[in-house]
Design a protein around this ligand. Structure first.
Ligand code: SAM
Ligand code: SF4
Length: 319
């Protein structure tokens, strides 16, 4: 079992499979020119498999594939297929911007993926293009409908709420739960990666978002497959759910059960801490066993996050 110094049992691994992304979301960019990892720096699928097999042997039960944009990495379905056959791995999911879902949803389903999180901050095509760097809302929307049809359940939609950008759409996005069995998750805008742009005044605190949502109809508590930090509710009569995630206003460090792996193979014990363990040194230079690397991560996992610490962009850490 992976238990850290503060008694937290680590069961969840988030793995970034690429630092690349087609989108340029305004809240995800880092300051200055993009620094790209070279192909050699990135973990191979074989290395990711070895890491996950070791982690599952140590007690990890859930894995999320993320990025950058994971569907942007070539033949991602091959990795999904191999991961989904690892015995003891109870939950395999993937977070995507949805742009390639029309092409990839079916093959992902066939390769054994059960759950998808899709990021969608607005339903206004013009705003969508502005937020993402010129991309087509309709393509993501059609991809979402296809994913629903193919039975990806629960389909979770991540919405980062930013003042003056999409706070006027909170109700419209929440209303999607009246017609779709989706979980719309509102997330506080975090000071990560985009240090030049983030401003405290632009954050809409999650209590305010929840207040807006429950002004329309009362919310009753609900639950969510896959757990996680979202507090989940439902409007009476809705078929979907509404989640609220408050990484800033209310940290969930005491129940944090996760480790992260960046695309270049750095094991991060905390989203907000730049203390990293280089798994490539363990895999390629035989610095020691992967078990030793995981046990080191348990030792450096902080009790509580430090919001000021992060130097990497979200796309490089893996969200
Ligand atoms: N490209 C995929 C996507 O957009 O879903 C996966 C990677 S992305 C880094 C993972 C999640 O991080 C997305 O839901 C995105 O909205 C979120 N994210 C990125 N920057 C953020 C920020 N500054 N504050 C809050 N969430 C952020
Ligand atoms: Fe790409 Fe996701 Fe970051 Fe947007 S949030 S730029 S889609 S990695």
């Amino acid at each position: 079992m992976l238990i850290d110094r503060f008694g937290r049992s680590i069961e969840y691994l988030r793995i970034s499979v690429t630092d690349r992304c087609n989108f340029r979301c305004i809240y995800c960019e880092s300051r200055g020119p993009l620094q790209r990892l070279s192909a050699r720096d990135i973990l191979t699928y074989e290395e990711i498999l070895e890491i996950v097999e070791t982690a599952v042997g140590l007690g990890v039960k859930r894995v999320r594939i993320t990025g950058g944009e994971p569907l942007f990495r070539r033949n991602i379905e091959d990795l999904i297929e191999k991961l989904s056959s690892i015995e003891g791995l109870c939950d395999l999911s993937l977070t995507t911007n949805g742009y390639l879902l029309l092409e990839k949803a079916e093959v992902l389903k066939k390769s054994g993926l059960k759950r998808l999180n899709v990021s969608l901050d607005t339903m206004d095509p013009k705003k969508f293009a502005k937020l993402t760097g010129g991309f087509d809302f309709k393509k993501v929307w059609d991809g979402l409908l296809l994913a629903e049809k193919l039975g990806f359940t629960p389909l979770k939609i991540n919405v980062v709420v930013i003042k003056g950008v999409n706070d006027d759409e909170i109700l419209d996005l929440a209303k999607l739960t009246l017609e779709h069995p989706w979980e719309i998750r509102f997330i506080e805008y975090m000071p990560i990666g985009n240090s030049g742009r983030w401003k405290r005044e632009d954050v809409i605190w999650i209590e305010e978002v929840k207040g807006t949502v429950e002004k329309l109809y009362p919310l009753r508590p609900s639950s969510s497959i896959g757990g996680g930090p979202a507090k989940v509710f439902q409007w009476m009569g809705a078929i979907g759910k509404i989640g609220f995630i408050s990484p800033l206003s209310e940290h969930f460090c005491s129940s944090c059960n996760r480790l992260r792996i960046t695309a270049d193979g750095k094991l991060r014990a905390c989203l907000f801490s730049d203390q990293e363990i280089d798994l490539k040194a363990y895999l390629r230079e035989k610095k020691g066993s992967l078990e030793e690397a995981f046990s080191l991560a348990l030792k450096v996992k902080p009790e509580v996050r430090n919001l000021q610490a992060t130097r990497r962009a979200m796309r490089a850490i893996g969200g």
